[in-house]
Design a protein around this ligand. Structure first.
Ligand code: 3PY
Ligand code: MG
Length: 253
């Protein structure tokens, strides 16, 4: 089976630079994949990507070494299984707040006896290889989002769930839940302390920690702190800011 380079990067103590896809287009995904990201996450929670646009986007990412990742819209076992069957090598699940929710998520990603994933990897075998089913459980990465006060309260129990590989901090929802409103690249001491708590606890449990960031400088600081999966901006934001910059430069100059 094709290896999961995220696991290899983490084994070596490195950090994966992850791009984020909101534009529901295989061509746009292909362009992003050729930019050299370690992994690309197709976001099905926020933005216009549905399952019909997800599959060609995963096919486009497969033209490169970039690892295909999907954020599902909610902790729904049916969707977890659909995105894995379509060839996603990692699943990010939003709003995992309790041990039970983490167990339900991880179980949906693993075949029996480790979990309850149903059999039908129609595209995953084309991407992963004919022995996909034999190695999927130790290859596919499970990532639970920690982004609420409730999740912080239950952090130790969530991190102790067997089969959970990583956690991913959502700074917008976390800030919102802690009473500071949404936003990226947080600097409020209470939010920063919560983010650092998640990182420290993940490392204690031997899990990789990830975080969403808005800018490369902040992402680099997070890598220095010990985060091993940093998302930076998104396809739509990068396109908008580059385009606005060009227009302003021409008008100004
Ligand atoms: C958050 O910041 O809440 C996220 O989910 C990032 O996409
Ligand atoms: Mg969120």
């Amino acid at each position: 089976m094709r290896e999961n380079r995220l696991r290899e990067i983490w084994r070596q103590g490195g950090a994966a630079v992850n791009g984020w896809l909101h534009v529901p287009s295989s061509f746009s995904a292909e362009v992003m994949a050729h930019a050299g990201w370690d992994s690309l996450t197709v976001d099905m929670q926020h933005g216009p990507v549905d399952y019909g646009s997800l599959v060609p986007m995963l096919q486009a990412i497969s033209t490169t070494e970039t690892v295909p990742v999907v954020r599902i819209p909610w902790n729904d076992a049916g969707l977890v299984m659909q995105v894995l069957d379509a060839g996603s090598y990692a699943v990010i699940c939003p709003m995992v707040n309790t041990r039970e929710q983490a167990e339900a998520f991880v179980g949906a990603c693993r075949y029996p006896p480790h979990g309850y994933r149903s059999y039908g990897p129609y595209r995953a075998t084309l991407y992963g290889g004919p022995d996909y089913t034999d190695h999927a459980d130790e290859t596919v990465v499970t990532m639970a989002m920690i982004e609420t006060r409730e999740a912080l309260e239950n952090l130790e129990e969530i991190l102790g769930v067997p089969g959970l590989d990583a956690v991913f901090v959502g700074p917008a929802d976390l800030g919102q839940s802690l009473g500071y409103g949404p936003g990226m690249d947080r600097d409020e001491p209470v939010v920063v302390e919560a983010i650092e708590r998640v990182l420290a606890a993940a490392r204690e449990h031997g899990l990789a920690a990830g975080i969403f960031t808005g800018a490369p400088e902040y992402a680099s600081r997070m890598v220095e702190k010990g985060f091993q999966f940093v998302t930076v901006s998104s396809d739509a934001r990068l396109m908008a800011s580059a385009a606005a910059g060009v227009v302003a430069a021409v008008r100004g100059g």
